[in-house]
Design a protein around this ligand. Structure first.
Ligand code: CA
Length: 221
């Protein structure tokens, strides 16, 4: 699950990002509206946490422009002012939810889960392949009916592979699903987590396609 965080306050942004990463999301963090629109155009996010008060383009403008170009990424607005006008404007411009600062990190996480669940009800069914089943809404994974605990990175990697089981994913595509921008990835990190997943789901579950990347095993063999 990849989230875009748009927040110009460094301390707050840092705290939110850390909290969301602990909750196993990959988080891209940008400090202004222009970069937010670029990021939304370049990447596909599961949800966006958008501050209203931003330098340059404010949050409402970002929201209006993204909805205007057909971007339906779920948006949770952060507002510093607890005024009805702000919330009404935000909801009218296509926000899915809002939180007033200061807020509790646990509440932010719960709201994001709710947002993803609602989006998931429409677009994210249970993903299943060769006995492995991943529920994007609850982030639970099971193998032959038994729940299997995964680390955040293992989950992110499995999600990337199982969401398009017939596709070969290159190492850089898988790295992209693992890390937010600017995070240092060790050169063999993807291999390490592929190894973990093979230990949990069987050596044949993920095939190495020489020179190209990785792919899930064929359903039939
Ligand atoms: Ca702000």
């Amino acid at each position: 699950m990849r989230l875009l965080l748009v927040e110009d306050d460094t301390l707050l942004g840092d705290g939110i990002r850390a909290g969301l990463m602990l909750a196993a999301y990959a988080v891209d963090w940008v400090p202004d509206g222009k970069q937010a629109l670029l990021a939304l155009a370049d990447h596909s996010y599961d949800a966006c946490v958008l501050d209203l008060g931003l330098p340059g383009k404010d949050g409402l403008t970002v929201l209006r422009e993204m909805r205007g170009r057909g971007d339906q990424t779920p948006v949770l607005l952060l507002t510093a002012r607890d005024t009805a006008e702000d919330k009404i404007a935000g909801l009218d411009h296509g926000a899915d939810d809002y939180l007033t600062k200061p807020f509790d990190l646990g509440e932010l996480q719960a709201r994001i889960r709710a947002l993803l669940r609602r989006a998931g009800g429409k677009a994210q069914p249970l993903l299943e392949h060769c006995g492995v089943s991943l529920d994007p809404a609850s982030k639970r994974v099971s193998f032959n009916g038994q729940e299997v605990p995964l680390s955040a990175r293992e989950y992110a990697l499995l999600h990337a592979l199982i969401s398009q089981p017939g596709h070969i994913k290159s190492r850089s595509q898988l790295e992209e699903s693992l890390y937010a921008w600017g995070d240092e990835a060790g050169s063999n990190t993807v291999e390490v987590y592929i190894h973990h997943l093979r230990k949990k789901f069987g050596a044949d579950f993920i095939k190495t396609v020489r020179g190209l990347g990785y792919q899930l095993a064929d359903k039939n063999g």
